[in-house]
Design a protein around this ligand. Structure first.
Ligand code: SAM
Length: 205
């Protein structure tokens, strides 16, 4: 089982955010797709705290898929499906057989800053197709705003990411807003989280 210390630190605030955002949805069973699930720690906590949501974890890496399976086996969470291989930079038709208008929620936690712009384009194009009407795409990251990164610790984070991989870096909120608009969604909320992280909530119109 993989262990992410950051996931251990932030799962609780992410659960509180999800409870808040989904407050008016709880009477009905929802389907949520998690992109770039990583270790699987988050999806297990989300399933425990939000029993009215069935969670579909996914990732591009085999080691992540194996880890997620181990967390599911260890916790016996019933509302987490077996993880699927899904490359969010690919066209939505290749998203593990998920059909159009099939999901209520898509979450991408710490995915956009650790992947290429092609992945961001894939996430928004895919969400525009896979989400049901009124469905939500929720992204969690540290962001640039209209081309500017502040304060200096975030500039350092951006430089570090770009050193690890020139295609990585802090995503720009204004660019994401445009991607959303071009795919039939609009950004309806920005929620401040810890240490300059934010959650952006996009709704499919
Ligand atoms: C920084 S980790 C975040 C993992 C987890 N969401 C978390 O916050 O602990 C980024 C994850 O995104 C996955 N990833 C990167 N590019 C991807 C892509 N194009 N499609 C799907 N997953 C991707 C990586 O394999 C990795 O597990």
């Amino acid at each position: 089982m993989l262990l992410s210390l950051q996931a251990e630190r932030n799962w609780e605030s992410l659960c509180l955010m999800l409870e808040d955002v989904l407050e008016d949805q709880s009477p009905r069973q929802l389907l949520a797709l998690e992109l770039g699930s990583g270790t699987g720690q988050h999806v297990i906590r989300f399933a425990q705290k939000l029993p009215f949501v069935t969670w579909q974890p996914s990732d591009i890496k085999k080691e992540s898929l194996d880890s997620i399976k181990e967390y599911i086996a260890a916790t016996h969470e019933k509302n987490v499906l077996q993880p699927v291989h899904l490359d969010a930079s690919e066209s939505w038709e290749k998203w593990a057989g998920l059909s159009c208008n099939s999901c209520d929620i898509i979450v991408a936690i710490n995915l956009l800053q650790y992947s290429s712009f092609k992945t961001a384009q894939g996430v928004f194009t895919g969400a525009g197709q896979i989400l049901r009407q009124n469905g939500l795409l929720i992204t969690y990251a540290v962001y640039a705003i209209n081309g500017t990164i502040t304060p200096s610790c975030n500039e350092h984070l951006d430089a570090e990411l770009r050193q690890m991989n020139p295609e990585w870096g802090l995503p720009d909120i204004d660019v994401l807003r445009q991607l959303a608009y071009g795919n039939g969604m609009r950004m309806e909320r920005m929620i401040e989280m810890e240490e300059y992280y934010k959650c952006l909530i996009f709704r499919k119109l």
